[in-house]
Design a protein around this ligand. Structure first.
Ligand code: ROI
Length: 166
């Protein structure tokens, strides 16, 4: 069975735009995953410890036959291929791939929480999601449109339109 999932991409090290472009291409080429949509490319002020570079952010939709945990493994292996080192909490990173949603499922395990626990708070997630899935509704019944209306676009700007960005 194929499930529509949404993944947030973020990078603020080593040519962030290129990191995100490459990551989308790599995810699309994985077996069991098909790219179904891609937001515009955004630049955003860092959330977390100050003094780190601005981020590039985007959100993609994928159709996959992988289970949530297998999808997490696949995303972590793409992160690792991009030289991701897990050090400081909320510190700078070459590539972050967060599973936001997996169909209408709720997952609460040691490794994985779906929906992503902070997605409703982050304009760099909600506004890219609005690009590709404005009618989306979370498992708890809250709509992306309503959540996006409650956020603002402070610190967020569009740096490229439709995919492929470069
Ligand atoms: N801040 C921004 N703007 N974008 C991100 O993708 C991002 N990712 C993170 C933290 C460190 C919380 N801050 C971020 O993981």
């Amino acid at each position: 069975m194929r499930t529509r999932a949404y993944i947030a991409l973020g990078s603020n090290l080593e040519q962030p735009e290129l990191q995100l472009q490459r990551a989308v291409d790599e995810i699309d080429s994985l077996p069991c995953i098909t790219l179904a949509g891609c937001s515009k490319l955004y630049q955003s002020d860092p959330v977390g410890p100050p003094g780190q570079p601005d981020y590039c952010n985007a959100v993609i939709a994928v159709d996959t036959t992988l289970t949530p945990i297998a999808l997490l493994d696949a995303m972590q292996s793409v992160e690792n291929d991009h030289g991701r080192v897990r050090s400081e909490r909320w510190g700078p990173r070459t590539l972050d791939l967060d599973i936001l949603l997996y169909g209408n499922e709720v997952v609460e395990s040691e490794r994985l929480t779906i929906p992503h626990y902070q997605m409703h708070l982050r304009n760099f997630v909600l506004l890219p999601l609005m690009d590709i899935a404005p009618e989306l509704v979370l498992p708890n019944g809250r709509s992306i449109k309503m959540l996006a209306a409650k956020t603002d676009d402070v610190g967020l700007s569009i740096i490229a339109g439709s995919y492929p960005w470069q």
